[in-house]
Structure formats: structure tokens, C-alpha cells
Design a protein around this ligand. Structure first.
Ligand SMILES: Cc1cc2nc3c(=O)[nH]c(=O)nc-3n(C[C@H](O)[C@H](O)[C@H](O)COP(=O)(O)OP(=O)(O)OC[C@H]3O[C@@H](n4cnc5c(N)ncnc54)[C@H](O)[C@@H]3O)c2cc1C
Length: 404
């Protein structure tokens, strides 16, 4: 059988997949063979002129992840990201219930909002520079190398080629085909909401403030800082709402959409124009009980998708990559066998608690505020948030958590 052999093979070249490949190469050294298998082409940076419109899909990447990425030589195009220094959360009556500031912890920034393509490309560039190979193809199945007498996992591509690795890291997103091929138990719940994303021109500067509204109808609206668009202040909208409303928002004329957004945020932020077409994404709560199988690991959204209300999906995935980096760098045997069961077992133990805690927090908040028929529950949530929001130690804890 003709197979190409790797130490670490990452299936799926989204931001998390590339970060795991970068982590492997930086931790295991120049002799390691690391590759990413991706079915789509990488974003083409050569076509990115200064006036190329920003994509509507952006992520809030926490300061802790940014500094780890910077440590691995990942550099972002400043024209495609914006710093977040404050977050304001508004309850269902529009009043502010929580105000978190980076300054509370003596820092300048909590996070950066970065365009999806710019984030993926920046991490991929650093990984390729570090020696990671890109294999264009679609992974379709996984096999245990033990069946043919090798301590490895085999990944079959759609063109029937087989790749062999000491460990396969599955990072093919929430609809993961390879998670199922790995035979790992998964629980999945589709939220009764879709996330509508769009870039908007604002009437005034955002001053690095991300804002969120828990709207009485149970929907959740977030406006995140963006770099200026054509010289005008801009924000990115993520509006989580029921699928019919999401489809209606995507089909609205610009002025109708702006009226709907301005009404939902109680006129706090004046929005002037829509820049590009809104897009809608289904929202999922998905969890793999044990992300580590025999010579296989599942990471990123393939292992743990969550509601975007805390903007943490990509951050938890990047934390997976950081965990792998620490394990591979810290244990001598990793250079010989990065897929050793001891390492995969440690990975599972390290990531279990933090991932579960973040999923429970986002799901709990969603459930608390998605109660249009029980307004008293939402009112209790508002009151609790306002009360805790007055306690400086609580605000500091939240600022620190938002930055990790
Ligand atoms: C509306 C919305 C807003 C969001 N906002 C935020 C936010 O503000 N902050 C945040 O942290 N997160 C946010 N998220 C979550 C974020 O999108 C995900 O957490 C993130 O994309 C996960 O990255 P990933 O690399 O795991 O998966 P993906 O980004 O889905 O990448 C998977 C990759 O695998 C490739 N692939 C798939 N199948 C195969 C295969 N069989 N073989 C080879 N390649 C394959 C795909 O082409 C893709 O490139 C948001 C999500 C939604 C829906």
C-alpha cells in the first residue's frame, strides 16, 4: 500500500486546524512532519487590496490567544481587525446591566475582532513558514493502522489516497464527517436560533466598545468594533434570532434592516448603512464526550460548538491548540510519538473542565434570556447581572476570563 507518513496530520484547515498544526510544528521541532488536509483553497491574500470589503464573518479573539499566536510569529493585517477594550451588556429593558473594561485589570485590550479569512490566513501563513505542509483534499474516512501492523492512524481522502500519521487531529468543523468516522460519541442540540451577521456603518466611532442586547423577544444582538470601512466608523452585527426572523432579516431592504437593528438596540447606537449582504448561520450546541480516541483527537467546533453569545467558539478551539502545544513541548516522548495514549489522555483531562464550563455558561445564558413567555425570568437575569456588575471583584474576574 502506498501511503505518505506524518507525525501529526490535521484534517480541516479552519483557524483551529491551522493553529493545531502550528502548535505541533513549533513544539515538536524541525524534524517533525506535520500537514493540514483542507478541502477548500486558502483565502487569496494577493487579491486583498486595501478596499477589499471585509467579510461579514468575524471573531472576537481573546487577548490570551492573541499573545500565544504572536509568540508563534502569527501577524495580522491591522486593516482587517479592531481592538476591543470594553464590553457593555444591556438587559431586556435596554438599560446597561454590565460594563467590563480591560482597564479594570490594568490592560489596554480585552480582545481583537478579526475577519474569519484574515485570521485563518495569518495562522496558515505562520504554519507554512514554520514548515507545515498543506495537502488539498477531502478526508472521508479513518482506519486503525494496527490492522496493518503500524502504530498509526490512516486518513483516506476522497481521491482514495491514504495518509498515515502517529496522530490525526480532526478539525473539520461542526458538521465533521471525520468525528463520526472516529466513532466518538457526540451529543448535539440545534438551537432554535440562527446567527445573522452583517457589517454596518455607524453614525459615530465605536471607541473599542463591544455591545450586546438581550432583546425581550428572546433574540440576542451584538455589535462589535470593526476597522473603518471607506473612512467611516463600522461595526459587525451578530443577531441570534429564530430561523424565520433570520431569513426575513437577510431578505430585508437595507433601510428596513437598519430600522429593525436600531429598534432592537433602543437607539443606543445609530447605524447609517449596511455594508455588504447579511448572512445567516445555524447555531448548535455540540459536544464530544471524549475528544481522544485511538491515535485520534477531535478539536475546535468538531468537538465543541456553542452559542456565539459570548463570542467564545474560536477561542475555545485556540485553547485546544495551546493545550496541545504545552503537552507536546513539555513531554520528552512526544517527539517520538505525539499520538501516545498517555498524551491523548492528558489532553482529554486538561480540556474537559474548561470546555464544559464555557458550554454550560453560554447555554445557561441562552436559556435564561430565551424566555419571552416568562419575562420575570429575564428580569431576574437582568437584576442579577446589574447586582454583580456593581461588584468590582466580579467585573475584574469577568475581564480576566474574557481575555484568556
Ligand atoms: C454567527 C456566528 C458567529 C460567531 N462569532 C464568533 C465570535 O465572535 N468569536 C468566536 O470565537 N467564535 C465565533 N463563532 C464560532 C466560530 O465560527 C467557530 O468556533 C470557528 O469557526 C471554529 O473553527 P474551526 O477551525 O474549528 O472550524 P471551521 O471554521 O468550521 O473550519 C473547518 C474547516 O475544515 C474544512 N473541512 C470540513 N470538512 C473537511 C473534510 N472532510 N476534509 C478536509 N477539510 C474539511 C472546512 O473547509 C473548513 O476550512 C461564531 C459562529 C457563528 C455561527
Amino acid at each position: 500500500m502506498n501511503t505518505t507518513s506524518f507525525d501529526v496530520l490535521v484534517a480541516g484547515g479552519g483557524p483551529v486546524g491551522w493553529a493545531c498544526a502550528l502548535a505541533a510544528r513549533c513544539a515538536l521541532g524541525n524534524a517533525s512532519r506535520v500537514a493540514v488536509v483542507e478541502r477548500d483553497a486558502l483565502p487569496d491574500a494577493k487579491s486583498w487590496t486595501a478596499d477589499k470589503p471585509l467579510s461579514a464573518r468575524v471573531y472576537t479573539v481573546a487577548a490570551g490567544n492573541l499573545s500565544w499566536l504572536a509568540g508563534q510569529e502569527v501577524a495580522f493585517d491591522p486593516a482587517r481587525c479592531a481592538a476591543v477594550s470594553e464590553m457593555r451588556v444591556h438587559g431586556r429593558n435596554g438599560a446597561e446591566s454590565l460594563h467590563i473594561r480591560a482597564a479594570d485589570t490594568g490592560e489596554d485590550e480585552l480582545a481583537h475582532v478579526i475577519e474569519h479569512e484574515a485570521l485563518t490566513l495569518a495562522i496558515a501563513r505562520a504554519a507554512v513558514q514554520a514548515g507545515v505542509l498543506l495537502v488539498r483534499g477531502e478526508g472521508v474516512d479513518l482506519y486503525d493502522g494496527g490492522d496493518i501492523g503500524v502504530e498509526a492512524k490512516l486518513l483516506e481522502l476522497a481521491d482514495r489516497n491514504l495518509l498515515q500519521a502517529r496522530v490525526v487531529v480532526v478539525a473539520d468543523g461542526v458538521q465533521s464527517r471525520l468525528r463520526d468516522a472516529a466513532g466518538l460519541m457526540t451529543s448535539h442540540h440545534a438551537y432554535p436560533q440562527h446567527g445573522v451577521v452583517a457589517n454596518l456603518i455607524a453614525g459615530s466611532a465605536h471607541r473599542g466598545t463591544a455591545a450586546q442586547w438581550f432583546v425581550p423577544d428572546g433574540s440576542i444582538l451584538a455589535l462589535l468594533p470593526l476597522p473603518d470601512i471607506a473612512g467611516a466608523p463600522a461595526v459587525s452585527m451578530v443577531w441570534s434570532t429564530d430561523p424565520r426572523r433570520a431569513a426575513a432579516l437577510c431578505a430585508m431592504a437595507d433601510d428596513e434592516l437598519l430600522r429593525a437593528i436600531n429598534a432592537a438596540c433602543g437607539g443606543t447606537v445609530r447605524l447609517r448603512a449596511v455594508a455588504g449582504k447579511p448572512r445567516s448561520f445555524p447555531l448548535n450546541l455540540l459536544r464530544v464526550g471524549n475528544p481522544a480516541g485511538k491515535r485520534v483527537l477531535v478539536v475546535g467546533d468538531a468537538a465543541h460548538a456553542m452559542h456565539p453569545l459570548a463570542g467564545q467558539g474560536v477561542n475555545v478551539g485556540l485553547a485546544d491548540a495551546r493545550c496541545l502545544f504545552d503537552l507536546w513541548r513539555g513531554v520528552a516522548m512526544a517527539a517520538d510519538d505525539p499520538g501516545h495514549p498517555l498524551l491523548l489522555g492528558r489532553y482529554r483531562r486538561h480540556r474537559y473542565g474548561p470546555t464544559l464550563a464555557m458550554q454550560m455558561t453560554t447555554d445557561g445564558l441562552f436559556r435564561l434570556y430565551n424566555q419571552p413567555e416568562h419575562p420575570w425570568l429575564m428580569a431576574a437575569g437582568d437584576a442579577g447581572m446589574r447586582l454583580f456588575g456593581r461588584v468590582p471583584a466580579f467585573r475584574r474576574t469577568l475581564s480576566t476570563a474574557a481575555m484568556q
